[in-house]
Design a protein around this ligand. Structure first.
Ligand SMILES: [Zn+2]
Length: 373
């Protein structure tokens, strides 16, 4: 992972490289950014820059011995720690036991999120943990002499998955760092991190990608026509991973499901709603969440339509037609209620709620909210 292979984020890259060139390398840094922002990719590019033998003005050299080891995420002085499910029977005790799988997954998609990672290790619908044994193992590795004579780096991916014991063990390392070590914590959820960890790390805030960067990326890498790329870029809220998923999903499917479901809710059709809930439950967790995000997008579009803010309308074709019609069913009261319900459902999906129960419940709430129109 080189800085140049990550789209956009120019200011942040310049800041990271500039500070490193001036020798200002904080020993503990927190790359905090939302899903699909490239926080891991940036931390990896930065780690490579730190261990590169001949770093340039704008990037690592890409060809030295360190860089070629980083090409495979296999530099002996760069260690990785990430959430796993320990399993004595399968001898899975620390990240080291799954690092091969992790490297392959990250090299394939550097924007990978934790849900996709749990899919790779066949633990769908669960959340991994970084345990204290993991942290002790990481600190032990950092205590070894540098193999290549440079800095030693520990990258902790989804640092918010450290449990209290692990976080406290890490604090010791952060407070009394071995000379020449750099801790790079990568996280999505600041609110799940211990305040003591936050106060001991320098914050590297990674913003979501700009719509222009997403659109350019989709045109260059996915070969999308400009109007489609811009349409997705406008909807993905800076989440490039989501944007890529949107390219793959047939947009029509999402739209048709959502449209027909809302019609069923508006018509208070219980039997149909149960069928929609079954369908919803049969989708993967990410797809379920994507559907909630899509629903939120449509509701927002309806509100813009009804507030007569044409410059904010991104919907096109059949979507736009639907937005025009459905928008008439919304008002101040129910629009914010529906948005709230969708946001809550999205958050609950993240916490492994039963999808069928959740979707039925959501549908019934919409029965009421749409009637209140
Ligand atoms: Zn290099």
């Amino acid at each position: 992972m080189l800085f140049s292979s990550i789209p956009g984020q120019a200011d942040l890259k310049a800041h990271l490289i500039g500070a490193a060139r001036e020798g200002r390398i904080a020993h503990a840094q927190l790359f905090l950014g939302p899903r699909g922002s490239g926080n891991l990719a940036l931390a990896l590019a930065y780690a490579r820059y730190l261990v590169c033998k001949e770093p340039g003005q704008a990037d690592a050299c890409g060809v030295c011995a360190s860089c070629s080891m980083m090409d495979k995420l296999a530099h002996p002085d760069v260690h990785y720690s990430f959430p796993i499910f320990t399993n004595e029977k399968e001898k899975i005790r620390t990240s080291d036991d799954l690092v091969g799988e992790w490297r392959t997954a990250v090299l394939k998609e550097p924007l990978i999120d934790e849900t996709a990672w749990y899919g790779v290790i066949e633990k769908d619908n669960a959340k991994g943990i970084i345990r204290v044994s993991e942290t002790h193992n990481s600190l032990r590795k950092l205590s070894f002499k540098s193999s290549q004579g440079g800095l030693r780096v520990l990258l902790i991916w989804y640092a918010e998955r450290m449990n209290i014991e692990a976080a406290n063990a890490l604090l010791k390392g952060l407070e009394e760092p071995e000379p020449g070590t750099v801790y790079l914590l990568v996280s999505e959820h600041q609110d799940l991190m211990l305040p003591t960890i936050l106060s001991r790390t320098q914050l590297v805030k990674v913003p979501g990608f700009s719509p222009a960067d997403v659109a350019t990326e989709l045109m260059l890498r996915a070969g999308l026509p400009q109007n489609e790329a811009q349409s997705i870029a406008a909807r993905c809220e800076g989440d490039l991973l989501e944007a890529k998923a949107m390219v793959e999903r047939t947009e029509d499917e999402l739209f048709i499901f959502f449209r027909d479901w809302l019609r069923a809710c508006y018509g208070r059709k219980v039997v149909e709603t149960v069928q929609f809930s079954d369908h919803f439950a049969s989708l993967g967790r990410e797809q379920q969440k994507a559907l909630m995000r899509y629903a939120l997008y449509i509701i927002r579009q309806c509100v813009y339509h009804w507030q007569q803010a044409p410059d904010l309308i991104r919907a096109m074709g059949q979507e736009l037609e639907f937005v025009g019609k459905f928008g008439t069913l919304l008002n101040d009261r129910n629009a914010s209620g529906i948005r709230q319900e969708l946001e809550t459902a999205h958050a609950h999906l993240d916490r492994n709620a039963n999808p069928k129960v959740l979707f039925m419940d959501l549908s019934y709430k919409l029965f009421g909210l749409l009637k209140a129109a």
